[in-house]
Write a new protein. Structure first.
Length: 101
């Protein structure tokens, strides 16, 4: 009997899952902005690590949305296609905001 682990592929992206992850990214960006404001107001450099963690999580979500939209967009109705493209635009916007800081 083999003890090798079998890697299962990640679940296929769904329209609703991608929408949910995009909303999570927006909430995470808002949290990062609040942490940055607190850090500026208090002069606390310790908050910098929390901002870095938020940025890492945003990067993960960005990759998920990007690959999910790419694989899903051709299999959904037109209205959902528009929503998926909007998700990508939001993620691009969040990425641009993050690089300005």
């Amino acid at each position: 009997m083999s003890t090798a682990s079998v890697k299962t592929p990640p679940p296929e992206a769904s329209h609703s899952g991608l929408m949910k992850r995009t909303v999570e990214a927006c909430e995470l960006a808002r949290e990062a902005a609040a942490i940055a404001a607190e850090g500026i107001a208090t002069g606390s450099m310790s908050r910098l690590n929390a901002i870095r963690q938020c940025e890492k999580e945003l990067d993960v979500i960005d990759l998920e949305v990007d690959s999910g939209v790419t694989s899903t967009i051709t299999r959904v109705p037109e209205a959902e296609t528009r929503q998926l493209l909007a998700c990508m635009k939001v993620m691009i916007g969040l990425e641009r905001i993050g690089t300005c800081s």
